[in-house]
Ligand binder design. Structure first.
Ligand SMILES: Nc1ncnc2c1ncn2[C@@H]1O[C@H](COP(=O)(O)OP(=O)(O)OP(=O)(O)O)[C@@H](O)[C@H]1O
Length: 251
Protein backbone atom coordinates (compact mmCIF):
# COMPACT_ATOMS: atom_id res chain seq x y z
CA UNK A 1 0.00 0.00 0.00
CA UNK A 2 3.00 2.30 0.58
CA UNK A 3 4.29 2.00 -2.98
CA UNK A 4 3.50 5.29 -4.70
CA UNK A 5 1.28 5.15 -7.78
CA UNK A 6 4.07 6.85 -9.71
CA UNK A 7 7.63 7.74 -8.82
CA UNK A 8 9.91 9.74 -11.12
CA UNK A 9 13.59 9.46 -10.28
CA UNK A 10 15.81 12.01 -11.97
CA UNK A 11 14.00 12.03 -15.34
CA UNK A 12 15.95 14.06 -17.87
CA UNK A 13 15.34 14.88 -21.54
CA UNK A 14 17.28 16.98 -24.05
CA UNK A 15 16.06 18.03 -27.47
CA UNK A 16 19.27 18.81 -29.36
CA UNK A 17 21.08 21.28 -27.13
CA UNK A 18 17.98 22.23 -25.16
CA UNK A 19 17.34 20.71 -21.74
CA UNK A 20 13.55 20.18 -21.71
CA UNK A 21 13.34 18.27 -18.39
CA UNK A 22 16.14 18.36 -15.85
CA UNK A 23 16.57 15.71 -13.15
CA UNK A 24 12.89 15.55 -12.25
CA UNK A 25 12.02 13.76 -9.00
CA UNK A 26 8.34 13.42 -8.13
CA UNK A 27 6.22 11.07 -6.04
CA UNK A 28 2.51 10.65 -6.68
CA UNK A 29 0.82 8.93 -3.70
CA UNK A 30 -1.78 6.26 -4.34
CA UNK A 31 -5.31 7.58 -4.19
CA UNK A 32 -4.25 11.16 -4.92
CA UNK A 33 -5.66 13.52 -7.52
CA UNK A 34 -2.44 15.10 -8.70
CA UNK A 35 -2.25 18.33 -10.70
CA UNK A 36 0.86 18.87 -12.78
CA UNK A 37 1.07 22.52 -13.72
CA UNK A 38 3.50 24.87 -15.42
CA UNK A 39 3.68 27.58 -18.06
CA UNK A 40 3.75 26.82 -21.82
CA UNK A 41 6.88 24.93 -22.72
CA UNK A 42 7.66 24.06 -19.08
CA UNK A 43 8.16 20.36 -19.82
CA UNK A 44 4.83 18.87 -18.68
CA UNK A 45 4.10 16.85 -21.82
CA UNK A 46 7.74 15.75 -22.08
CA UNK A 47 7.69 14.57 -18.43
CA UNK A 48 4.34 12.76 -18.70
CA UNK A 49 5.41 11.14 -21.99
CA UNK A 50 8.56 9.78 -20.33
CA UNK A 51 6.55 8.67 -17.29
CA UNK A 52 4.10 6.66 -19.41
CA UNK A 53 6.50 4.97 -21.80
CA UNK A 54 5.82 7.16 -24.83
CA UNK A 55 9.17 8.99 -24.89
CA UNK A 56 12.48 7.44 -23.89
CA UNK A 57 14.27 9.49 -21.21
CA UNK A 58 17.95 10.42 -21.59
CA UNK A 59 18.34 9.69 -17.90
CA UNK A 60 16.40 8.64 -14.81
CA UNK A 61 13.56 6.20 -14.18
CA UNK A 62 9.79 6.16 -14.05
CA UNK A 63 8.20 3.60 -11.73
CA UNK A 64 4.46 2.86 -11.84
CA UNK A 65 3.05 0.88 -8.91
CA UNK A 66 6.56 -0.49 -8.26
CA UNK A 67 7.13 -1.44 -11.94
CA UNK A 68 9.83 0.26 -14.00
CA UNK A 69 8.12 1.70 -17.09
CA UNK A 70 11.14 1.18 -19.32
CA UNK A 71 12.39 -2.17 -17.90
CA UNK A 72 8.98 -3.78 -17.51
CA UNK A 73 6.82 -1.84 -20.00
CA UNK A 74 4.01 -4.35 -20.58
CA UNK A 75 3.24 -4.89 -16.89
CA UNK A 76 3.56 -1.16 -16.14
CA UNK A 77 1.31 -0.16 -19.04
CA UNK A 78 -1.38 -2.65 -17.98
CA UNK A 79 -2.11 -0.63 -14.87
CA UNK A 80 -2.08 2.76 -16.59
CA UNK A 81 -4.57 4.62 -18.72
CA UNK A 82 -3.03 7.45 -20.72
CA UNK A 83 -4.50 10.47 -22.46
CA UNK A 84 -1.56 11.80 -24.42
CA UNK A 85 -1.35 15.31 -25.86
CA UNK A 86 -0.86 15.61 -29.61
CA UNK A 87 -0.70 11.87 -30.32
CA UNK A 88 -2.58 10.82 -33.46
CA UNK A 89 -5.65 8.65 -33.02
CA UNK A 90 -6.90 6.10 -35.54
CA UNK A 91 -9.42 8.67 -36.63
CA UNK A 92 -10.91 6.79 -39.59
CA UNK A 93 -12.54 4.55 -36.98
CA UNK A 94 -15.86 5.61 -35.49
CA UNK A 95 -15.86 6.65 -31.85
CA UNK A 96 -17.41 3.33 -30.88
CA UNK A 97 -14.83 1.37 -32.89
CA UNK A 98 -11.94 3.36 -31.37
CA UNK A 99 -12.96 2.62 -27.77
CA UNK A 100 -13.70 -1.01 -28.66
CA UNK A 101 -10.29 -1.31 -30.30
CA UNK A 102 -8.59 0.16 -27.19
CA UNK A 103 -10.35 -2.43 -25.00
CA UNK A 104 -9.53 -5.37 -27.29
CA UNK A 105 -5.87 -4.27 -27.48
CA UNK A 106 -5.85 -4.51 -23.69
CA UNK A 107 -6.92 -8.16 -23.96
CA UNK A 108 -10.45 -7.66 -22.64
CA UNK A 109 -13.26 -9.94 -23.76
CA UNK A 110 -15.68 -8.63 -26.38
CA UNK A 111 -18.80 -8.53 -24.23
CA UNK A 112 -17.13 -6.55 -21.41
CA UNK A 113 -15.66 -4.15 -23.98
CA UNK A 114 -19.09 -3.68 -25.60
CA UNK A 115 -20.76 -3.01 -22.24
CA UNK A 116 -18.12 -0.52 -21.09
CA UNK A 117 -17.95 1.23 -24.48
CA UNK A 118 -21.70 1.80 -24.34
CA UNK A 119 -21.43 3.13 -20.75
CA UNK A 120 -18.55 5.49 -21.60
CA UNK A 121 -20.22 6.86 -24.74
CA UNK A 122 -23.43 7.49 -22.82
CA UNK A 123 -21.80 9.12 -19.79
CA UNK A 124 -19.60 11.34 -21.97
CA UNK A 125 -22.54 12.42 -24.16
CA UNK A 126 -21.16 10.79 -27.30
CA UNK A 127 -24.00 8.34 -28.01
CA UNK A 128 -25.19 10.21 -31.09
CA UNK A 129 -21.68 10.55 -32.46
CA UNK A 130 -20.81 6.89 -31.76
CA UNK A 131 -21.15 5.90 -35.43
CA UNK A 132 -19.28 8.89 -36.88
CA UNK A 133 -15.58 8.73 -37.79
CA UNK A 134 -13.41 10.40 -35.17
CA UNK A 135 -11.90 12.59 -37.93
CA UNK A 136 -15.29 14.37 -38.03
CA UNK A 137 -15.33 15.05 -34.27
CA UNK A 138 -14.80 18.52 -32.79
CA UNK A 139 -11.71 19.10 -30.61
CA UNK A 140 -13.72 18.57 -27.41
CA UNK A 141 -15.39 15.41 -28.71
CA UNK A 142 -11.98 14.06 -29.76
CA UNK A 143 -10.66 14.72 -26.26
CA UNK A 144 -13.62 12.84 -24.75
CA UNK A 145 -13.28 9.81 -27.02
CA UNK A 146 -9.54 9.65 -26.26
CA UNK A 147 -10.40 9.80 -22.56
CA UNK A 148 -12.91 6.95 -22.97
CA UNK A 149 -10.19 4.90 -24.71
CA UNK A 150 -7.84 5.55 -21.77
CA UNK A 151 -10.42 4.40 -19.21
CA UNK A 152 -12.03 1.36 -20.82
CA UNK A 153 -9.70 -1.19 -19.14
CA UNK A 154 -10.32 0.33 -15.66
CA UNK A 155 -6.64 1.11 -14.87
CA UNK A 156 -5.28 1.87 -11.39
CA UNK A 157 -3.60 5.06 -12.59
CA UNK A 158 -4.89 7.60 -15.10
CA UNK A 159 -2.34 9.99 -16.60
CA UNK A 160 -4.21 12.72 -18.46
CA UNK A 161 -2.44 15.46 -20.37
CA UNK A 162 -4.79 18.47 -20.55
CA UNK A 163 -8.05 16.47 -20.24
CA UNK A 164 -10.23 19.61 -20.03
CA UNK A 165 -8.76 21.49 -22.97
CA UNK A 166 -11.49 22.32 -25.54
CA UNK A 167 -14.13 20.52 -23.43
CA UNK A 168 -17.37 22.41 -22.73
CA UNK A 169 -18.32 23.18 -19.08
CA UNK A 170 -21.07 20.54 -18.91
CA UNK A 171 -18.76 17.80 -20.16
CA UNK A 172 -15.94 19.09 -17.95
CA UNK A 173 -18.21 18.68 -14.96
CA UNK A 174 -19.11 15.14 -16.05
CA UNK A 175 -15.45 14.24 -16.49
CA UNK A 176 -14.62 15.70 -13.08
CA UNK A 177 -17.40 13.62 -11.54
CA UNK A 178 -16.02 10.45 -13.16
CA UNK A 179 -12.49 11.23 -11.99
CA UNK A 180 -13.63 12.14 -8.46
CA UNK A 181 -15.43 8.85 -8.03
CA UNK A 182 -12.48 6.96 -9.53
CA UNK A 183 -10.21 8.56 -6.89
CA UNK A 184 -12.77 7.94 -4.13
CA UNK A 185 -12.68 4.23 -5.04
CA UNK A 186 -8.89 4.13 -4.60
CA UNK A 187 -7.67 5.08 -8.11
CA UNK A 188 -5.00 7.69 -8.78
CA UNK A 189 -5.28 10.51 -11.32
CA UNK A 190 -2.59 12.81 -12.68
CA UNK A 191 -3.75 15.73 -14.80
CA UNK A 192 -1.73 18.44 -16.44
CA UNK A 193 -3.51 21.75 -16.69
CA UNK A 194 -3.03 25.49 -17.00
CA UNK A 195 -6.20 26.30 -15.08
CA UNK A 196 -5.06 26.96 -11.50
CA UNK A 197 -8.53 27.52 -10.14
CA UNK A 198 -9.61 24.11 -11.40
CA UNK A 199 -6.52 22.42 -9.99
CA UNK A 200 -7.03 24.11 -6.61
CA UNK A 201 -10.65 22.93 -6.44
CA UNK A 202 -10.17 19.48 -7.92
CA UNK A 203 -6.76 18.18 -6.85
CA UNK A 204 -5.39 16.93 -3.54
CA UNK A 205 -1.75 17.37 -4.64
CA UNK A 206 0.10 19.59 -7.07
CA UNK A 207 3.52 19.82 -8.68
CA UNK A 208 4.71 23.04 -10.33
CA UNK A 209 7.27 22.82 -13.11
CA UNK A 210 8.97 25.61 -15.09
CA UNK A 211 11.86 25.42 -17.55
CA UNK A 212 12.10 21.68 -16.94
CA UNK A 213 12.65 22.05 -13.18
CA UNK A 214 10.28 21.13 -10.37
CA UNK A 215 9.68 24.30 -8.32
CA UNK A 216 7.25 22.96 -5.72
CA UNK A 217 5.35 19.76 -4.93
CA UNK A 218 3.08 18.51 -2.17
CA UNK A 219 -0.52 18.76 -1.11
CA UNK A 220 -2.36 21.71 -2.66
CA UNK A 221 -2.54 23.38 0.77
CA UNK A 222 1.19 22.92 1.38
CA UNK A 223 2.13 24.35 -2.01
CA UNK A 224 -0.21 27.33 -1.96
CA UNK A 225 0.74 28.19 1.63
CA UNK A 226 -2.33 30.28 2.46
CA UNK A 227 -2.50 32.07 -0.92
CA UNK A 228 -4.59 31.01 -3.86
CA UNK A 229 -2.76 28.62 -6.14
CA UNK A 230 -2.65 31.05 -9.05
CA UNK A 231 -0.87 33.72 -6.98
CA UNK A 232 1.60 31.13 -5.70
CA UNK A 233 2.14 29.90 -9.27
CA UNK A 234 2.88 33.42 -10.56
CA UNK A 235 5.16 34.06 -7.57
CA UNK A 236 7.18 30.92 -8.33
CA UNK A 237 7.18 31.13 -12.11
CA UNK A 238 7.41 34.91 -12.57
CA UNK A 239 5.48 37.27 -14.82
CA UNK A 240 6.00 36.87 -18.56
CA UNK A 241 7.51 39.92 -20.30
CA UNK A 242 7.62 41.80 -17.00
CA UNK A 243 3.97 42.91 -17.43
CA UNK A 244 4.99 45.15 -20.37
CA UNK A 245 2.18 46.83 -22.37
CA UNK A 246 1.94 47.26 -26.15
CA UNK A 247 1.47 50.96 -26.76
CA UNK A 248 0.26 50.39 -30.37
CA UNK A 249 -2.60 48.19 -29.18
CA UNK A 250 -4.21 50.97 -27.15
CA UNK A 251 -7.25 52.71 -28.63
N1 LIG B 1 9.77 17.01 -30.26
C1 LIG B 1 10.40 18.11 -29.83
N2 LIG B 1 11.51 18.55 -30.43
C2 LIG B 1 12.18 19.65 -29.98
N3 LIG B 1 11.82 20.35 -28.88
C3 LIG B 1 10.72 19.96 -28.24
C4 LIG B 1 9.95 18.82 -28.67
N4 LIG B 1 8.91 18.66 -27.82
C5 LIG B 1 9.00 19.65 -26.90
N5 LIG B 1 10.09 20.43 -27.14
C6 LIG B 1 10.55 21.57 -26.33
O1 LIG B 1 10.69 21.12 -24.99
C7 LIG B 1 10.19 22.09 -24.07
C8 LIG B 1 9.09 21.45 -23.22
O2 LIG B 1 7.97 21.18 -24.06
P1 LIG B 1 6.65 20.46 -23.49
O3 LIG B 1 5.77 20.20 -24.66
O4 LIG B 1 7.06 19.31 -22.66
O5 LIG B 1 6.05 21.61 -22.57
P2 LIG B 1 4.60 21.73 -21.87
O6 LIG B 1 4.85 22.14 -20.46
O7 LIG B 1 3.81 20.50 -22.09
O8 LIG B 1 3.98 22.96 -22.69
P3 LIG B 1 2.45 23.38 -23.00
O9 LIG B 1 1.85 23.78 -21.71
O10 LIG B 1 2.64 24.57 -23.90
O11 LIG B 1 1.78 22.22 -23.66
C9 LIG B 1 9.72 23.29 -24.92
O12 LIG B 1 10.75 24.23 -24.93
C10 LIG B 1 9.51 22.69 -26.31
O13 LIG B 1 9.80 23.66 -27.30
Amino acid sequence: MDTPALRLEGLTKRYGGQLAVADLHLEVPRGSFYGFVGPNGAGKTTSLSMATGLLRPDGGRAVVGGLDVWQDPIAAKQIMGVLADGVLLFDKLTGEQLVTYAGLLRGMDRSTVAERTEDLLRVLGLEEAAGKPVSDYSAGMTKKIALASAMVHAPELLVLDEPFEAVDPVSARTIRGLLDSFVASGGTVIVSSHVMDLVQRMCSHVGIIAEGQLLAAGTVDEVRGGQDLESRFVELVGVEGGGEELSWLRL
